[in-house]
Design a binder for this molecule. Structure first.
Ligand SMILES: [Zn+2]
Length: 472
């Protein structure tokens, strides 16, 4: 055997597992956006196996010895910054996964990781179960008092799709519950909707997550101890910018008191308004969105519904493309000759505005549907790299907008518009990737840095340049 070198060890590792990468990408799409009963069974079977497979690599003593040799070789200092970073990443990931432990501890680590993989799967499947199976029925038109037409339409469509005996129904997802809490004049139903959403996985019975949480925490604590860390938090932050839980807490504490003070001010404003209206209530969590809206109207004469008609999904998307053109020189052109996994998914080719060179593909899976997890996120289906050949990236944005009637524009709230720009910021991060090695590609940066580009780029939404052109 040749002695370990960067190219026969680190680069060789970068070249392995390409088929598995492709398969797990498809697996990830099913898991997060088309998660039905059949796929849940696949997840339950595969998650522990994938964890065991990963441990088998990081616990391979001969392999780790080679990585360690390359990492500690003084010659590494003469290599490119990217190569040094990559060697550091392999070494650190292996050590963090237990490569330096004795065999007995390695075996226990592997058991813990497989157990955790199963528990995480069970946890998210429980949440999804409650999101898919719980509804707030709206028995009569009275139950829809205050709701904007788009929400009434969606509530009626839900009843039709589920063949339910009610005038309408609110799904147990953020994109349905949040607008209901904002507009419903029915305080009794707001309380029900809020409690339904907040108790996902927390209602006792077979889909309750409380027991799983205890188990997860115990296993994480045990794993941290095995690896020589006082707590899971110490282990988790060691390779992040924050480094220690103390520093992370310092930041949290610095924000905490001013944030609480602000919440108290806002709730006091709400209470004052409720008292003025003789509502006879003490502001509760299910009143926050509703009264925040009223206070805004009262103080600034600003109505979210008035704002919403200016926020059309299609136009905002054009606005994001315009920003990407101005800042990064990207052009987005719709394409329909690439495969998609669901008819809702749309794809754009991204090219360089000046040279016309191909940069990548942008997949957009915009709408809520059964089996898709709540919220919004970005991921890469393929990483940019040029280790052996030039590989361009394929990135995706996923969100849960409620589809309007056919032919009508989809109107979204200001919060949703910010989220849209935020997630697109992650996509731009991925599309701007310019590296040699796949493991360092796109958003594969330290955990507490990855939100920086997206947090920064979301601010373009509120600029006159964007609103003046696209909020019409
Ligand atoms: Zn983010």
């Amino acid at each position: 055997r040749e002695p370990a070198s960067f190219s026969n060890t680190i680069e060789a590792m970068e070249r392995t597992g390409k088929l598995l990468d492709r398969v797990t990408t498809v697996y990830g799409i099913w898991s997060s956006t088309m998660n039905d009963d059949a796929f849940q069974k696949v997840e339950q079977e595969m998650e522990p196996k994938l964890a065991a497979f990963s441990d088998k690599i990081t616990q391979n003593a001969a392999l780790f010895a080679r990585i360690e040799k390359v990492y500690k070789d003084p010659a590494l200092k003469k290599m490119t910054p990217e190569q040094q970073r990559l060697a550091w990443k392999y070494y650190t990931n292996f050590v963090r996964a237990g490569a330096k432990l004795d065999q007995k501890s390695k075996d226990r680590m592997s058991q813990i990781n497989q157990k955790l993989a199963g528990l995480f799967t069970e946890f998210s499947q429980n949440v999804l179960f409650d999101e898919m199976n719980d509804f707030l029925p709206l028995k009569t038109e009275d139950d829809m008092d205050g709701l904007p037409q788009s929400l009434i339409d969606a509530a009626k469509a839900t009843v039709a799709a589920k063949d339910m005996d009610a005038a309408g129904a609110i799904s147990n997802t953020r994109s349905s519950v949040d607008p209901f809490l904002t507009y419903s004049n029915r305080r009794d139903l707001r309380e029900k909707a809020w409690k339904m959403f907040i108790s996902r996985g927390d209602k006792g019975g077979t889909h309750d997550n409380n027991k799983l949480i205890t188990e997860i925490l115990q296993l994480r604590a045990e794993r941290a101890k095995l690896l020589g860390f006082p707590t899971h938090a110490h282990w988790r932050l060691e390779n992040a910018m924050a480094k220690t839980p103390e520093r992370a807490m310092e930041l949290m504490e610095a924000v905490w008191k001013p944030a609480i003070a602000r919440v108290k001010e806002e709730v006091a404003d709400m209470q004052e308004l409720a008292d003025r209206e003789n509502a006879g209530i003490k502001i509760a969590p299910w009143d926050y969105r509703y009264y925040a809206e009223k206070v805004r109207k009262d103080k600034f004469d600003l109505d979210q519904n008035e704002v919403k008609q200016y926020l059309q999904l299609d136009k905002l998307r054009e606005g994001m493309f315009w920003v990407a053109g101005e800042l990064f020189g990207f052009r987005f052109t719709p394409v329909n000759n690439v495969p998609v996994y669901h008819p809702d998914v749309q794809v754009w080719e991204v090219t360089n505005l000046e040279t016309g060179a191909h940069v990548g593909l942008w997949y957009f899976d915009a709408y809520a549907r059964e089996g898709k997890r709540s919220g919004a996120w970005m991921n890469a289906y393929r990483n940019q790299e040029r280790l052996d050949a030039n590989v361009t990236t394929i990135v995706s944005n996923n969100s849960n907008f409620v589809k309007g009637k056919p032919g009508e524009p989809v109107l979204i709230s200001w919060d949703d518009a910010e989220t849209l720009f935020h997630e697109f910021g992650h996509a731009l991060h991925g599309l701007s990737s310019n590296i040699t090695y796949p493991s360092l590609s796109g958003t594969a940066v330290v955990r507490d840095y990855v939100e920086f580009p997206s947090q920064l780029l979301e601010n373009w939404l509120s600029t006159p340049e964007v609103l003046g052109r696209f909020a019409l």
